[in-house]
Design a protein around this ligand. Structure first.
Ligand SMILES: Cc1cc2nc3c(=O)[nH]c(=O)nc-3n(C[C@H](O)[C@H](O)[C@H](O)COP(=O)(O)O)c2cc1C
Length: 114
């Protein structure tokens, strides 16, 4: 049977574990970029020193499965999905996971309008 993959884009917010160091955030992004590449997932992660804001794009089942894994990660808490929608193409097609460094969450939030 022909299976047509459904692409989705998901946006969530969470609160970083209090003792998380900048080096540990870099490690999260590096590991995410490697693993997402294998899953065909793209997106961006913003961190303002306290909160995370992340967009994940890709096959619906893979994105939802990854979101469930991320939700359980003890390096943050208060995981809350803000928006989730079907898309026809990825906004962050070239980024398996890109850190947004300017403390500006707008890049990921505005991407939900794409
Ligand atoms: C804020 C945050 C964002 C994360 N984003 C991703 C991600 O995009 N992709 C990913 O594979 N893991 C991400 N992780 C890590 C996962 O929670 C989990 O540790 C990782 O996927 C496990 O990888 P493994 O299967 O190689 O052990 C993130 C963790 C945190 C705290």
């Amino acid at each position: 049977m022909l299976r047509v993959n459904k692409l989705i884009r998901l946006l969530y917010f969470s609160t970083a574990e209090a003792r998380l160091s900048p080096a540990e955030v870099d490690e999260i992004v590096a590991h995410a970029a490697r693993k997402n590449k294998g899953l065909g997932i793209t997106g961006a992660l913003a961190y303002n020193g306290r909160n995370f804001c992340q967009v994940l794009e890709g096959d619906e089942e893979k994105v939802m499965a990854l979101a469930r894994v991320i939700e359980q990660d003890p390096r943050h808490s208060g995981f809350k999905i803000i928006d989730q929608k079907k898309i026809s193409s990825a906004h962050f097609a070239d980024w398996s996971m890109q850190r947004v460094r300017d403390l500006d969450f707008s890049t990921v939030i505005n991407a939900m309008q794409a």
